[in-house]
Design a protein around this ligand. Structure first.
Ligand code: FVH
Length: 294
């Protein structure tokens, strides 16, 4: 390893869209990278850039003190690590999964004498190594600190504590927000196309509108943390329930499915039926999602 942190030996298991970007970022940072992928041909472009191809997961793990894993899901991680010697090796698992799955992989790695750090990547592959990429990590603080400079090649690292499941929880929380947003975007595009308007005509306005509405997140968080759903409400639930009824009725008029948005309308109706909640903020719905979370 050189003084600037480059020149470490590191292995990467999994060369899908994300894994190959991770391997590329490590090569760009000057590390000696050994790669393995189930479909071996996917390693070739990286070998052309200087990576070494391993013939098996065991050979890849044996080649470096640190192995970065990025596979489809945690079941594939368990498959791939099955029978691999992990004593004295460190594993950083950037595969998406649930907190429980991350804890199970951690248990397996630790039981075999390895160090384990779980991670959640908050970036799509082209963002890796760029200014907007960030990653959540949890599990072994020793692994996080020892390889922090190397892991920074992917994006900024945020360590969330010793529980190996913590990073997955943060990751999935952000993905939940993203999927809710994508569902709305798809619905919006289907609606305009049902009227003969190209989605690209409205795309810019959708982006502007989402950025403006996304700015409400800190205020929503304050309300949910404090349980204050009623003070200084700008857009009350009674009004929003009427608004989303119009969204669904418009979809029906246009022949667009309401499937992605009707659960939210149902929740609003349920909240209104449950008491005197018409003047509160939309944030009161959290009590139906997770009673007792406040
Ligand atoms: N791509 C993205 O936008 C997101 C961004 C945030 C993080 N995710 C997570 O990253 C993990 C990998 O995702 P990916 O985009 O690389 O996925 P694919 O391109 O589909 O590649 C999948 C790799 O997993 C290998 N694989 C699948 N099943 C097995 C198995 N049973 N045994 C061994 N390897 C397996 C697959 O190998 P192959 O098909 O090439 O042989 C690919 O290497 C994922 O957790 C995302 O949620 C990405």
């Amino acid at each position: 390893k050189k003084a600037d942190g480059s020149g470490s030996d590191v292995s990467v298991l999994g060369l899908g869209a994300m894994g190959r970007e991770l391997a590329r970022a490590l090569l760009d940072a000057g590390h000696r990278v050994t790669v393995w992928n189930r479909t071996a041909a996917r390693a070739e472009p990286l070998v052309d850039k200087g990576a070494l191809a391993a013939g098996s997961p065991a050979e890849a793990v044996g080649a470096s003190p640190l192995t970065v894993v990025c596979l489809l899901d945690e079941d594939s991680v368990l498959d791939v690590l099955d029978g691999v010697e992990l004593a004295g090796r460190d594993v950083v698992d950037l595969t998406n999964g649930t907190p429980g799955q991350a804890r199970r992989v951690a248990e397996l790695v630790r039981a075999r004498g390895g160090g384990y750090l779980d991670g959640g990547i908050m970036a799509v592959p082209p963002m890796i190594g760029g200014p907007h990429a960030f990653l959540y990590y949890s599990g072994s603080e020793r692994v996080f600190r020892e390889y922090r400079a190397l892991l920074d090649a992917f994006g900024a690292g945020h360590y969330k504590g010793a529980d190996p499941g913590a990073a997955a929880l943060w990751d999935v929380a952000l993905l939940s927000a993203m999927y809710g947003m994508f569902g709305g975007v798809l619905h919006a595009f289907a609606l305009v196309r049902s009227a003969g308007i190209d989605a690209r005509e409205v795309a810019g306005d959708v982006g502007t509108w989402l950025a403006a509405m996304g700015a409400a997140a800190p205020e929503y968080a304050r309300r949910i943390d404090t349980g204050d759903h009623t003070g200084d409400v700008v857009s009350n639930l009674g009004m929003q329930a009427a608004g989303i009824r119009n969204v669904l009725a418009t979809a029906e008029e246009q022949g667009v499915s309401t499937a992605l948005l009707s659960p939210l309308a149902d929740f609003m109706r349920l909240r209104l039926a449950g008491g005197d909640h018409a003047t509160e903020d939309l944030t009161g719905l959290v009590q139906l999602l997770a009673p007792g979370a406040e």
